[in-house]
Design a protein around this ligand. Sequence first.
Ligand SMILES: C[S@@+](CC[C@H](N)C(=O)[O-])C[C@H]1O[C@@H](n2cnc3c(N)ncnc32)[C@H](O)[C@@H]1O
Length: 291
Amino acid sequence: MTLLDYEYLRKLLKERSGLDLSADKQYLVESRLIPLARRAGLGGIAELVQKMKNGADALITDVVEAMTTNETFFFRDKIPFDHLRDTILPQLVPARSNRRALRIWSAASSTGQEPYSIAMCLREFGPALSGWRIEIVATDLSQEVLEKSKAGIYSQFEVQRGLPIQMLVKYFKQTGELWQLNADIRGMVQHKQLNLLHDFSGLGKFDIIFCRNVLIYFDQDTKIRIFERLSKMLEADGTLMLGAAETVVGISDAFRPSPDKRGLYQLNPARAVRSNAAGASPQPLRVVAAR
Ligand SMILES: C[S@@+](CC[C@H](N)C(=O)[O-])C[C@H]1O[C@@H](n2cnc3c(N)ncnc32)[C@H](O)[C@@H]1O
């Protein structure tokens, strides 16, 4: 791959998906795009880039999707789901007892293991939520992963990663070598294609936002902008959950980390007071990372 082709792809991926590739990631691009070029009947990356420059929209979408990392599994990292069961829901359920409704967003939901893990947690929470309007909104850039998520069908390998056996037996039906989630759990999740780089204010406010293992691929300025916009999507007493390798610390003061629960963030009350006093919408602030 020529340096010019690499620079063209780098710029396009940054604009389309936020993916921030460093100058030395040619091998990654080649390993993902050479097979795609072959499937499209093209000679290699040079030809692929030429077609993209000529405006082959479907091919551009395929390239962007091929470069995203869709790795996910049920109850990933376990602790966030323990926090959901043991801390967040026990506080949120009494606080929402008048409204009897909960809205949760899985903001980079990939093939569905995250939103369905949330749905199973809510079902396991028991009768305290019976009769409530539960909305779990699963969004992703990639239409392909959303289609798989909607079907709720997983391989033996996928259900063996992170899913407790009791939940497999309780919520899935086996068909040959595949397992499908039951209609009740699937029905709790609504799917929607959404690029986090674009306006998402139309989704409305959420009680909990899971935005895990996607911001790590973005550069600092993009993270700052997304944290700022996420902060407007959360109810005042809501919770943001990030992935194990992600944090707001040193990036944004729109949220503050929970003092004792790793990966959990609340809206920064100091920020709300400051912006109310100023009577204007808050501006993103760069914070120097603590060492
Ligand atoms: C590594 S997966 C994380 C899945 C899940 N949140 C988890 O932690 O297991 C990252 C997902 O982010 C999606 N993604 C990448 N860039 C995106 C963007 N700009 N907007 C929305 N989703 C994006 C990818 O398609 C992929 O499915």
